[in-house]
Design a protein around this ligand. Structure first.
Ligand code: PA5
Length: 336
C-alpha cells in the first residue's frame, strides 16, 4: 500500500531537487549578510531543524573554528545578541511557531538573520522587515524536502565564509552523487531490512561526529512509520546504552553506522569495539557502511538510505508515512 504518494514519495527526485535548490539565485542574500561573523546559528524544528544538525556536523568536520549553534527552541541563547552571529531561520512551511519566535527575536534585537522557507509567516515577516529571504522549491511534506532546505542553507554559509566556498561546492556535488548512490543501494541491497524493523525498537549506534544521521533516522522513523528509535552516540553510549545487551531483548534491532571519513581516527576504534563486543553478546547487528568520499556526502548517503527504509517500514505496518496528525494537533494547539 502506498497511500497514493508513490512508493518513495519525493526521494527519487532528491538529486534533482538538490541541484535546483543549490542553484537558486541568492544575490539578494549576498548583499545583505555581514562580511564577517563570529559564528552561525541555525534555527528550525523537526524536518527543518535537521538542517542545523547536518551543517554543524559538516562544518565541524571541515575544521571550522567558530561555533555552529543549532536552536530547536522558542528563543535564541542570550549570548547570540552580544556577538556577531548570523542566524539562519529554516522552516519548510514558514509557519512553525518556534522558528517564527526566533526570527521575531532577531528582528527585535537587531541580529543579522536570513530566512529559508517555501513561504508562510517567515516570508511575510522577512518582507516586512527587509530580512533576506530564500524561497525554496516545494515537496510533499517538510521532511521530504530536505534537499530544498539544506543546500540553500549551505549556500548562505558560503556567502559568509567565502574561504570555504569552493570546498563546500565540491562536497555538495559529491553529496548529490551520494544521494543517487543511496537510492540505488537501498533498492538493491537494503530494502529487506525494513521487514526486520517493522514494529521493533531500533537502536542506532552512530559516531558523535555524524550524529545528524542518527537524529534524522529517529525523526523519520517517528514521523513516517510512527515507531520509536533510540539514538546512541559513540562514545557516550558505551557508558550507558550498551549495558542493556547483557540481557536479550526480542523487541530490539540494532543498526551500526560505519564511516570511511572516520577511518584512522579514534572513533573507528570505538565503532569497532562496540561491534565486536555486541556480537560477543549475541546481538545481531545491521551495519551500514556510509559511502560518499567526504563527510557531507556520507551524511546525505546515510540519511537518504535510512529515510527510504522508514517509508518501507511504514508501508509494511499499514501506516500512511505522510500523515502526522498528532504533530498537527499539537501545532494547532500551540499556535492558538
Ligand atoms: O517533517 C515534518 O513534517 C516536521 O518535522 C516539520 O518539519 C516540523 O514540524 C517543522 O515544520 P516546518 O518544517 O514547516 O517548520
Amino acid at each position: 500500500m502506498t497511500f497514493g504518494h508513490g512508493s518513495y514519495i519525493d526521494y527519487p527526485r532528491w538529486p534533482q531537487l538538490a541541484r535546483e535548490a543549490y542553484s537558486l539565485d541568492l544575490s539578494h542574500v549576498r548583499e545583505n549578510v555581514p562580511e564577517y561573523v563570529e559564528g552561525i546559528v541555525i534555527s528550525g524544528m523537526g524536518g527543518s531543524g535537521i538542517v542545523g544538525d547536518i551543517v554543524r556536523d559538516y562544518l565541524t568536520f571541515l575544521g571550522y573554528d567558530k561555533p555552529v549553534i543549532v536552536v530547536k527552541d522558542l528563543q535564541l541563547p542570550k549570548f547570540v545578541a552580544n556577538r556577531k552571529f548570523l542566524v539562519v531561520t529554516v522552516s519548510y512551511s514558514g509557519n512553525t511557531t518556534e522558528t517564527i519566535r526566533c526570527l521575531e527575536e532577531c528582528i527585535r534585537r537587531n541580529i543579522p538573520v536570513v530566512t529559508v522557507s517555501t513561504g508562510g509567516k517567515l516570508e511575510e515577516l522577512a518582507r516586512q522587515h527587509s530580512v533576506p529571504h530564500v524561497k525554496i522549491p516545494k515537496a510533499t511534506a517538510p521532511r521530504y524536502g530536505l534537499p530544498c532546505l539544506l543546500y540553500p542553507t549551505l549556500r548562505v554559509v558560503e556567502l559568509v565564509e567565502r574561504s570555504l566556498a569552493s570546498k563546500i561546492r565540491e562536497h555538495v556535488e559529491a553529496s548529490i552523487k551520494a544521494i543517487e548512490e543511496a537510492i540505488e543501494d537501498y533498492l538493491t541491497h537494503v530494502k529487506e531490512l525494513s521487514r526486520k524493523l517493522v514494529n521493533k525498537l531500533a537502536m542506532i549506534y552512530v559516531p558523535q561526529p555524524l550524529i545528524s544521521i542518527g537524529i534524522r533516522f529517529k525523526n523519520d522513523m517517528n514521523e513516517n512509520a510512527k515507531q520509536p528509535v533510540v539514538v546512541c552516540p559513540l562514545p557516550e553510549s558505551e557508558h550507558n546504552d550498551i549495558a542493556i545487551h547483557a540481557r536479550k531483548h526480542d523487541f530490539l534491532e540494532v543498526v551500526l553506522v560505519r564511516s570511511r571519513s572516520l577511518a584512522g581516527t579514534e572513533y573507528e576504534k570505538h565503532v569497532n569495539a562496540v561491534e565486536q563486543i555486541l556480537r560477543q553478546y549475541g546481538v545481531d547487528i545491521h551495519a551500514l557502511d556510509l559511502k560518499g568520499g567526504n563527510v557531507l556526502a556520507e551524511i546525505m548517503y546515510g540519511i537518504t538510505l535510512l529515510g527510504m527504509l522508514t517509508i518501507d517500514v511504514a508501508h509494511l505496518a499499514g501506516i500512511d508515512p505522510v500523515k502526522i496528525e498528532v504533530i498537527d494537533n499539537v501545532k494547532k494547539y500551540v499556535s492558538k
